[in-house]
Design a protein around this ligand. Structure first.
Ligand code: LMR
Length: 416
């Protein structure tokens, strides 16, 4: 690098692939361009979709014209929102018998899911000092960045079996069994694994929970797709709730995002929940207090508007029902696009097997396309996906799926 007069010692870091690709897509003027890059929901017209439940809530909020709406909240965030977020995640229904379980959970508001992951990583780095964090290979690339910035050494456990395009349960278990050390953190995707779309089944989750308990590993759940993946809030929270309900002597945490399931991408709405074991509930307030210390030193408090929308929806039976319906709309459109792409590839007799596209779950498909094929898709067809072959299925529509399938067919046949 050219020598410049500065006190800084900076070298360029690689741009974030997901957002760099998104920028390139917007700059592309080709009429048939297709974005299968960033994980955002799109309608069948390729447009963003402010959820109808959210739009109704926004309208009501505008009419209420609350004078407090631009004020500061508490450092821990909007407390009624935090209770709603917690109850959604852990499945509380407001019964008195749930109080001892609730007493284990320390919740604070975060800057969406990324902020929750970051705050959690920083909190553990300060107060638990895990020797390592174990990330799935592959994982959402930002997990690496977040833990690197928190100063915790990163290791990976096998997750994807490329030959069979399936979840490598045995590889994951034997690596954690043999190589993870007591006190290590293990990052787990609560559902709709990003990028592979492959989740453990319930039996496998039970075995993972047992392993974490026996080896005294610390489960760190990232929950970015609750309700969005299957359409059911319960189903998508199954793993988190299983750990929480069945392993009361284990500590764990959850980073929770409302970006996808409420379509609140730009509002940066989320929460971090630290769960004490049942014998340590007396430290819950100190946990909140320490999380607040980190929050205050970095951003003072999370933003208000997204939480206000979540509260509005969840405090009205009608809006809650609308939201459940919106979740069904999004998850079923994605499932139908998986099928449409699969059917087109089968019709074209595209070499290879494509069942994995319909078998995977959530926003993404790990297509199995090679980096060169991905490059050719962008270069020749203006179809954008990540170098790993991850495709955001929501970018497909009735209008473009045949075009995308033809493009894939061409690169599979002609680009090795
Ligand atoms: C993605 O993985 O594309 C999304 O979760 C967006 C992001 O923040 O990376």
């Amino acid at each position: 690098m050219e020598k410049v007069p500065t006190r800084l010692n900076v070298a360029p870091v690689p741009p974030d692939e997901i957002f760099a690709l998104n920028g390139a897509f917007f700059a592309d003027t080709h009429p048939q361009k297709v974005s299968l890059g960033v994980g955002v929901y799109r309608t069948d017209d390729g447009k963003p979709w402010p959820l109808p439940a959210v739009e109704k809530a926004e309208k009501q909020l505008a009419e209420e014209n609350d004078l407090m709406r631009h004020e500061y909240t508490a450092i821990e965030g909007d407390v009624p929102f935090l209770k709603i977020a917690r109850d959604l995640m852990f499945g509380f229904e407001g019964k008195a018998s749930e109080e001892p379980a609730k007493a284990r959970i320390a919740s604070v508001q975060t800057v969406a899911g990324t902020g929750a992951n970051h705050l959690g990583a920083l909190f553990l780095a300060h107060h638990m000092k895990p020797r390592n964090v174990w990330l799935s290979n592959p994982s959402w690339a930002n997990h690496m960045t977040i833990w690197e910035l928190a100063g915790v050494p990163r290791k990976t456990y096998p997750y994807y079996h490329a030959a069979t395009r399936s979840f490598d349960f045995d590889g994951m278990m034997s690596t954690l069994e043999n190589d993870a050390e007591e006190g290590d953190a293990v990052l787990l995707h609560a559902c709709a694994h990003n990028p592979t779309g492959l989740d453990p089944n319930k039996e496998q989750w039970i075995a993972i929970a047992d392993l974490c308990e026996r080896k005294k590993l610390f489960p760190f759940f990232d929950s970015a797709y609750q309700g969005f993946a299957s359409g059911s809030l319960e189903e998508d929270a199954w793993a988190v709730r299983y750990f929480f309900d069945n392993k009361p002597d284990m500590e764990m945490c959850v980073a929770q995002s409302f970006s996808k399931n409420m379509g609140l991408y730009g509002q940066r709405t989320g929460a971090f929940h630290y769960i004490t074991n049942r014998s340590a509930t007396s430290i819950r307030d100190v946990v909140v207090n320490n999380l607040c210390h980190l929050i205050r030193g970095e951003f003072s408090m999370g933003p208000r508007i997204g939480c206000t929308i979540v509260k509005k929806i969840m405090s009205s039976e009608e809006l809650t029902a609308d939201w459940h319906n919106d979740l069904q709309v999004m998850s079923s459109r994605i499932k139908s696009m998986r099928e449409a792409l699969y059917n087109e590839l089968v019709r074209l007799k595209t070499p290879g097997t494509w069942e994995h596209i319909v078998e995977q779950n959530g926003m993404f498909s790990y297509t199995g396309l090679t980096p060169k094929q991905v490059y050719a898709l962008k270069d020749k067809y203006h179809v954008y996906l990540l170098k790993s072959g991850r495709a955001s299925i929501s970018g497909l529509s009735q209008k473009n799926v045949a075009y995308v399938a033809l493009a894939i067919d061409d690169v599979v046949r002609n680009v090795l």
